[in-house]
Ligand binder design. Structure first.
Ligand SMILES: *[C@@H]1O[C@H](CO)[C@@H](O)[C@H](O)[C@H]1NC(C)=O
Ligand SMILES: *[C@@H]1O[C@H](CO)[C@@H](O)[C@H](O)[C@H]1NC(C)=O
Ligand SMILES: *[C@@H]1O[C@H](CO)[C@@H](O)[C@H](O)[C@H]1NC(C)=O
Ligand SMILES: *[C@@H]1O[C@H](CO)[C@@H](O)[C@H](O)[C@H]1NC(C)=O
Length: 935
């Protein structure tokens, strides 16, 4: 029956696994709800998308304009026609262009207010009449001069009915408007801005208005003359310098000095045309998107080629540049997908949402001390970690899979357009990192509330910072890539980056049908760096979490090394404390306590197995906190308890009993001294001690949803009980604590009454026949019948076990304990078996007698006669109580005296009682406390 082989790793892991499985089965609905959350969130996203489609994607001004051509009699439209002729400027962009318009090749020129100022004519800015500057340089100045002359035409050619632009090509036309992303409708033509005809000299009447047709549109355009100035510069360095200085910087309007174009003719001669062209390529738009605005270069190339040709062939020869034309295009629709646009922010939240759940569950087990109690019953850290990790991983994996499935089913492009394998691997790595961070962070929290607040701040903070800071920096090209990498070391941002890449690829595929995210873009998209960061951090966090957990579970301060680093001089507290404490305690100790101390010292010298528990002068001092002086909870306790013995600890509240139990169960480390359980040091070998230890804590530590039977099965497995033995042991202990009948054992512990929980806790502490059992007030809150039951159980269990028990019930102490110690103010005041104690500290009888009030004097005389040293304890309305020293009387004398008295006056009732343990307790507690007050 007794089985003392400690359970193996697998057995313990299995026990925890099966317990958690039952636990989670009870919680199945909250688990299902958790997994279904992504579904609701995806629905929300679909709703937003629908709204967005209605308001933006399908709105009338985001599609080619239409008009009704044939109307029915009832006013409905029979046939409608769509095209740019019915469209506004914005709508036209979406129209079909089966025959794209011919566009004038325009030269980009600076706006009047920012044109380069000719030194001779400084006042042109005010009148907005500054010339458009073209700079020329080259190895051969005379050739340069000729070409410059040929660049611009001297007159305006063309008339207002020239619909084919033919004659306009003889002119050098320019615009100040910026080009668009596409070239179907050039803003230079389709805006209200005038077209400029660049001429060396403007004769007054060169401003004219003319109309021309493009596709189905007719345009009226004003053509204004602007002076073009060709300036020779000595070399390209001068030109660079001038352009550099002319560049617009912020708001410094005064120093703007922009030019239209510049040419370096290099070594051009009759046989060779070699030229460099400067043009302003500053564009707006997102480089990553490749959505680059058009740059007006072609005309500037044509200008210089034309000039060179005229230099070779004479002014009759011309290369005419009639028009530019786009490729034909279908009608397009705006297709912006919200899931891809707000996806990174949204899905960062969705995925991080599991973090608070895991963190609070870990902190909850810590706060409720469930983890500690499991540990005390032999569940090591490793199985706990493994099973918890596996559970979190399973639930998180289900969560992300359901996210992907729901997202795809609903048709979110974010999921559909990217390769599933790469998505899954990414999410899988992320949740693993998340779980290990939860483990790491949980050691820093001791309360569920603070932990969950912190976790939610992390979730929402990461999303918002990612969306509004990180993405901004990521898209801003000037931010160094190495700093982006550094930012990605923050787990929230690496998650954000991955989601961002997915959304970008999905967005682009939706917009123009390019590829979604695939493994072949792994490197290009910088996903590789994100993956590596996550993997490395995952391992590092796991190691760190393990280290922190070891530190905190060994009751050491996890930030000890930090504190050490900050504290320069080690304070010599410990030593002075030791001498102080021992000096005081020795001087006060009673004989029995000294004897016990000597016994322990003897045992320490020559170890024997006779005593299961040996405490050698252990002390616990709590350091001073916020102004409170340091508290000596236990001031040097020596005690030896053998197997089969039940040692009872009595003492007033706050005497240090619980501190003592906490030290013995490994919750806190003794400040000084040591204790041995079956020869194993509690400071170093606690893990081994746990395998043969049972604890019944003061407050029941139970899982609300697990039944009594399941609790016992779990702890039984931890104690290496298997198969039939296990079932038998569980059944027996249920029977013994009276929880077997009526299906009580199969009810969840949360539904138990206080007494039932207490009995279950005792049963748990005794299952698997532990060698040592600590019980902290096991019978509080029990009715007399259950209490009697419980006592029987404990008494039976005592046979092979050393039990240390604290209690406030003298009856319990007397019934159960072989020896008692009264513990006051951190110190044992006396020790011995109940009878001895009563004999030693009692030493008197209590005599009570009730008479009518006129006979009180007679009673006093009677007592005086029996014992001159008797003390009156109290008297109320004829009832009097006296304390009579034992050595002065014999019981028979008292009886005789009372018989005699009965014949003299009327005695209603009388009694003679031995001192009770309670009297002893009160006496000891009172005297030692009084002493301590004065000492
Ligand atoms: C305008 O140009 C057209 C086509 O080149 C030509 O036929 C017509 O004579 C011109 N009209 C004037 C007034 O120059
Ligand atoms: C350009 O070269 C000419 C002749 O060599 C010289 O007179 C002139 O000062 C130079 N201009 C500048 C700005 O250096
Ligand atoms: C080029 O164009 C940009 C945008 O219009 C302007 O800010 C900048 O000053 C121009 N640079 C030059 C050298 O003209
Ligand atoms: C054009 O000029 C540059 C600079 O002088 C020279 O390096 C290059 O070889 C020339 N190109 C040709 C085709 O001669």
């Amino acid at each position: 029956m007794t089985n003392h082989v400690p359970a193996s790793f697998l057995t313990r892991a299995n026990a925890l696994f099966r317990k958690n499985l039952t636990y989670q089965k009870r919680n199945i609905w909250s688990n299902v709800r958790l997994i279904v959350i992504p579904f609701y969130l995806c629905l929300l996203l679909v709703g937003i998308q629908a709204l967005f489609d209605k308001q933006v994607n399908n709105s009338a001004d985001k599609r080619c304009g239409c008009q009704c051509i044939v109307t029915n009699e009832d006013g409905t439209c029979q046939r409608k026609s769509c095209g740019i002729q019915y469209s506004s400027q914005i709508q036209a962009f979406f129209c079909a262009f089966p025959k794209p318009p011919l566009l004038l090749p325009l030269l980009q020129i600076p706006r009047p207010e920012s044109r380069s100022i000719d030194r001779a004519r400084g006042s042109c800015r005010r009148t907005r009449s500054c010339p458009v500057t073209i700079l020329v340089t080259g190895n051969n100045p005379s050739l340069g001069a000729t070409l410059s002359r040929n660049l611009l035409s001297t007159s305006f050619t063309g008339n207002s009915s020239d619909i084919f632009l033919r004659n306009l090509a003889y002119n050098v036309l320019g615009t100040t408007s910026e080009a668009d992303y596409t070239n179907y409708l050039d803003p230079g033509i389709h805006s209200d801005l005038p077209i400029f005809n660049i001429q060396p000299r403007c004769i007054p009447i060169t401003n004219l208005s003319f109309s021309f047709r493009q596709s189905d549109l007719e345009f009226h355009k004003e053509v204004r003359c602007v002076q073009g100035l060709n300036l020779w510069r000595n070399n390209s360095i001068e030109i660079n310098d001038e352009i550099f200085k002319g560049y617009r910087q912020g708001n410094h309007e005064e120093i703007i000095n922009e030019i239209a174009a510049a040419y370096d003719l290099l070594d051009t001669d009759r046989n060779k045309f070699n030229v460099t062209i400067w043009y302003n390529s500053t564009y707006k738009g997102d480089l990553r998107d490749r959505r680059v605005k058009y740059v007006r270069v072609p005309r500037s190339v044509n200008l210089v080629s034309n000039a060179y040709l005229q230099f070779l062939q004479g002014s009759k020869t011309k290369i005419l540049f009639d028009f530019v034309k786009e490729m034909p295009k279908q009608e397009t629709r705006l297709r912006l997908e919200m899931a891809s646009l707000i996806g990174p922010l949204f899905f960062t939240w969705v995925i991080l949402l599991l973090f608070p759940v895991m963190l609070t569950s870990l902190v909850y087990e810590k706060q409720q001390r469930l983890r500690v109690i499991m540990k005390m019953h032999g569940l090591g850290d490793a199985p706990y970690w493994m099973v918890s990790y596996a559970y979190f991983l399973a639930i998180s994996t289900l969560y992300v899979i359901s996210l992907m499935i729901f997202g795809s089913a609903i048709g979110l492009k974010f999921f559909v357009f990217n390769d599933y394998s790469i998505q899954f691997v990414f999410y899988f790595l992320c949740i693993n990192l998340q779980i290990s961070i939860a483990f790491l962070v949980s050691s820093a929290f001791s309360e569920v509330e603070t932990a969950s607040v912190a976790a939610y701040i992390y979730v929402f903070g990461s999303g918002l910072l990612g969306g509004f800071l990180f993405q901004f920096l990521l898209e801003g090209l000037s931010f160094p890539r190495s700093w982006i990498f550094v930012m990605e070391l923050y787990p929230g941002f690496s998650l954000y980056r991955g989601l961002y890449e997915f959304s970008q690829y999905a967005f682009k595929r939706n917009l123009n049908g390019s590829d979604g995210m695939k493994w072949k873009y792994f490197k290009d998209s910088a996903l590789d760096e994100v993956f590596y960061i996550i993997i490395v951090e995952w391992f590092l966090t796991l190691i760190a979490a393990y280290y922190m957990d070891r530190l905190s579970s060994s009751a050491r301060d996890p930030f000890l090394f930090l504190k050490k680093a900050f504290k320069k001089y080690p304070t010599p507290q410990k030593h002075s404390l030791q001498s102080q404490v021992s000096a005081v305690s020795i001087e006060m100790e009673k004989l029995d306590v000294i004897q016990e101390r000597e016994k322990v010292e003897q045992l320490m010298l020559e170890p024997s197995t006779s005593h299961t528990i040996v405490c050698d002068n252990i002390k616990k001092v709590y350091p001073c906190t916020d102004g409170n002086p340091k508290k000596m909870a236990v001031r040097g306790l020596s005690l030896a308890v053998s197997s089969g013995e039940c040692f009872g600890m009595l003492g007033p509240n706050g005497a240090g009993k619980t501190s003592f139990i906490n030290m013995m169960t490994g919750l806190v480390k003794p400040t000084l001294g040591s204790a041995f359980v079956q020869g194993l040091d509690i400071c170093n070998d606690m893990d081994k001690v746990y395998t043969s230890m049972g604890v019944c804590p003061q407050h029941d530590l139970l899982w609300e949803t697990l039944t009594g039977k399941e609790h016992l099965l779990f702890y039984g497995r931890l104690k290496n009980l298997k198969g039939c033995d296990l079932n038998q042991a569980v059944e027996e202990s249920l029977k013994r604590v009276n929880l077997f009948r009526g299906g009580v054992a199969d009810k969840p512990a949360g539904k138990y009454s206080g007494g039932m929980k207490r009995r279950l806790s005792v049963a748990i502490s005794l299952i698997g026949n532990p060698k040592v059992v600590y019980m902290d007030e096991p019978s509080t809150g029990l009715d007399p019948a259950s209490r009697m039951n419980l006592w029987t159980v404990i008494k039976r269990a005592k046979k092979h076990t050393a039990i240390i028990l604290t209690t406030h019930s003298m009856e319990e102490a007397e019934y159960l304990c072989d020896r008692l110690g009264i513990f006051v103010d951190g110190r044992l005041q006396c020790i011995g078996n109940p009878k001895e104690l009563k004999g030693r500290y009692g030493g008197s009888y209590v005599f009570t007698m009730t008479t009518s009030s006129e006979n009180e004097k007679d009673v006093e005389m009677l007592v005086q006669h029996v014992s001159p040293n008797a003390k009156k304890l109290y008297h109320i309305a004829g009832t009097q109580k006296f304390e009579i020293p034992k050595e002065e009387v014999r019981i028979s004398e008292v009886f005789q005296a009372v018989e005699k008295a009965k014949s003299n006056f009327k005695v209603f009732a009388w009694g003679l009682a031995d001192t009770t343990l309670e009297d002893v307790f009160i006496k000891v507690a009172r005297t030692s406390q009084a002493f301590n007050v004065f000492s």
